[in-house]
Design a protein around this ligand. Structure first.
Ligand code: BDP
Length: 670
């Protein structure tokens, strides 16, 4: 077991008859999947029917014991995958209609044309490479097909093929032809392709004098380029744009607004049904609180965007940290379509070394109540069309996929890809269910290879499924504990964002790229004051949240140092001082990872040796890194708190000066 088959490991199929009166490449796949994967009663006849059922929306479907119904081919395919999944996991087939929460369920690949991947920890790009860059080989096609199948099996129906820090060359004909080759493989699996574009492409590629979105020549250039794209890929999905952000060009370079830029592209895409996903990840160096910036820039533009523009908003106001409150833009922009952006790749959560199941983090964001339209205005309901009229609804995940045999680096990182698809399809799924499904599909071994007795299922469930599921469910909170407890954020090592670096603040560095800007540790306490007396970021939240966050007594402790600067001796609900609480949390995180190691070692009889050893090794690395985080942060903050680490806790085993020395060897600039 090398993990390449993901959650789609084939088991021996039983014979099945499939009746389907229509024909299409997508339906052929659906039929073949049933034949290859049928685990039900041998000889069953199952009917696939395209209907016109009002209750079924988009590419939703309806299952019954021997039929799958949908309004289109894609719906049939998704229904078939659901059917097979239920057979494998033992979940019953119910007669309900199963509609997707979001219409566009899309991966964002941060893949560069040279094959490297920004924040990728699983090898090079599956789409792009340097050598023989445009040859489409049989191996490419095979991999793209496996990729498409994996995505279809969890309902993902779109993919952005290149980095948001986009190279202009992606719009050159050679690249567009490769995009076509990819699209041709993905299409029967119901996946559309999209591209990230650089806003200054008219100058860089088209040799125009400006990229001003209101300039007629610029408008003409984009129109012609988009026409060209559609002539090559007729069902092209649309564009993703990172503009006026982290040095990327954008409409603001020409005194125009984000709406001017986005609408210009939207108008050009409109005749073809394409969409613009315009990112809200903006922050300028001189703003006094980075956490406020996206809201400040986008709120005044509410209502000014075309209906085929969707503003793509990261889950939190800063940047994919282990824990952030939800971005205040959700629910607040009432006349503009918004889509959540999650990061599946673990940039700030231990790369492909740490086992961190991200489902609880995304669930926490999606189920956060914004109160924007009364109780129950969750982030999910504010973006999935339940509350606001949106022409399109969408959700994006930054992919963790590369050329590694197991696709994601860490075997458990596959669960995060799986989760993204499942939540995009059903935003109300619970992490526990997702973890259980994934474990059954990914790790269950046929008893005939193992103990060979009917007791096997029972012991697999109690001795493997239960403890490993619990490990997954605890893993995100563990990471928060050993990295950034109590609302701390952005204190990781510079550049690579792996490991601790709360001290890092080179002279002349943009302050909001340095950890001290975020933790504000000093003799008088720690934390970023975002209250009414501080940066006032709390005001961006709807009541009762604004008041709740503003008062340390009512602010959830998990966000305490996000919103408050408090003395080290501040009394926590537990009765501990703030300093002691920090120490206990860091220590708890370390203990949790140690317990994951024990859990994993104990399940060895249930896991094939390749995957067992790989995960065991990673857990050792994670344990070391968790200890490093704890030692580094406690010893660093202790310089300000001047208080002892509670005596019952393990003492640090690393020296701060050595940690800093090793870290500075790695980090020269941002
Ligand atoms: C940050 C990453 C950077 C990305 C940026 C983004 O460090 O590599 O380009 O997000 O989302 O977290 O644009």
């Amino acid at each position: 077991q090398d993990g390449h088959e993901l959650w789609l490991r084939s088991s021996k199929a039983q014979p099945v008859n499939v009746v389907c009166s229509e024909k299409s490449p997508t339906l052929s796949i659906a039929i073949q999947e049933l034949k290859d994967g049928w685990q039900g009663k041998p000889g069953t006849t199952i009917t696939l029917t395209i209907t016109k059922d009002k209750a079924i929306q988009y590419d939703g479907y309806k299952l019954s014991e021997n039929a799958v119904q949908a309004n289109n081919n894609k719906g049939i395919l998704y229904g078939v995958y659901d059917f097979l999944r239920r057979q494998q996991t033992g979940e019953s087939i119910t007669n309900e209609v199963n509609n997707p929460s979001y219409e566009v369920r899309i991966l964002n690949h941060w893949d560069n044309p040279d094959g490297s991947i920004e924040r990728g920890y699983a090898g090079h790009s599956i789409f792009w490479r340097n050598d023989d860059a445009f040859a489409v080989t049989a191996q490419d096609k095979k991999l793209w097909q496996e990729y498409a199948r994996a995505n279809a099996s969890i309902g993902i129906n779109g993919t952005v093929l290149n980095n948001v820090n986009a190279s202009p060359q992606i719009l050159n004909p050679d690249y567009l032809n490769r995009v076509k080759a990819i699209a041709d493989i993905l299409r029967p699996y119901g996946m559309k392709v999209y591209l990230s574009v650089k806003f200054s492409s008219p100058v860089l590629l088209g040799k125009l004098k400006t990229s001003d979105p209101l300039d007629p020549e610029v408008i003409g250039w984009w129109k012609a380029k988009i026409k060209e794209i559609y002539s090559i890929v007729p069902d092209f999905g649309g564009l993703l744009v990172k503009a006026s952000s982290e040095g990327q060009p954008g409409p603001q370079d020409f005194g125009r607004t984000h709406a001017d830029g986005a609408n210009m592209l939207a108008d050009a895409l409109k005749p073809y049904g394409g969409i613009v996903m315009w990112r809200a990840f903006v922050y300028s160096a001189n703003d006094k609180d980075r956490a406020k910036q996206a809201y400040n820039e986008f709120m005044p533009l509410d209502g000014q965007f075309r209906d085929n523009v969707i503003i793509q908003v990261k889950n939190g106001p800063i940047d994919f940290q282990p824990r952030e409150p939800f971005s205040a833009l959700f629910g607040a922009m009432k006349k503009t379509s918004l889509m959540p952006e999650f990061q599946i790749t673990q940039e700030y959560l231990g790369h492909s070394i740490h086992l961190v199941f991200l489902s609880p983090m995304w669930e926490e964001c999606l189920q956060s109540d914004t109160y924007q339209q009364g109780d129950g205005s969750t982030v999910a309901r504010c973006t999935d069309g339940s509350i606001y009229q949106q022409k399109y609804t969408a959700i994006a995940g930054v992919a963790n996929i590369g050329l590694d045999t197991n696709w994601c680096g860490h075997h458990f990182a596959q669960a995060n890809w799986y989760t993204f698809g499942r939540l995009a399809w059903n935003v109300n799924l619970k992490s526990e269910q997702i973890a259980e499904e994934w474990l059954k599909l990914t790790f269950y071994n046929d008893p005939s290879d193992k103990l060979g007795s009917s007791d096997y299922n029972a012991s697999w469930t109690s001795d493997f499924l239960k403890p490993v599921k619990q490990m997954m469910l605890d893993s995100r909170e563990a990471a928060v504990n050993y990295m950034t407890p109590l609302g701390l954020h952005h204190i990781m090592s510079a550049n690579e964002h792996y490991g601790p670096g709360p001290w890092w603040a080179p002279e002349k560095m943009r302050a909001d790229w340095t950890p001290p800007y975020y933790h504000q540790a000093a003799g008088n306490g720690v934390g970023f004051d975002r209250t009414l007396k501080g940066s006032d970021a709390v005001e961006q939240y709807h009541q009762p949240l604004a008041s709740q966050f503003n008062d340390p007594a009512t602010c959830p402790e998990k966000f305490l140092l996000w919103f408050h600067h408090l003395p080290w001796s501040y009394q926590m609900k537990s009765g501990h001082t703030l300093w002691d609480e920090l120490c206990y949390d860091y220590d708890k995180g370390v203990q949790q990872v140690h317990s994951f190691q024990k859990t994993w070692d104990k399940v060895q009889p249930y896991v094939d040796s390749t995957r067992f050893i790989a995960v065991q090794r990673s857990l050792r690395g994670q344990s070391q890194n968790a200890v490093l985080w704890k030692d580094a942060c406690l010893l660093y903050f202790q310089q300000f708190s001047q208080m002892p680490i509670p005596y019952e806790l393990e003492r640090p085993v690393n020296n701060l000066d050595e940690i800093i020395k090793n870290d500075s060897r790695r980090t020269t600039e941002h």
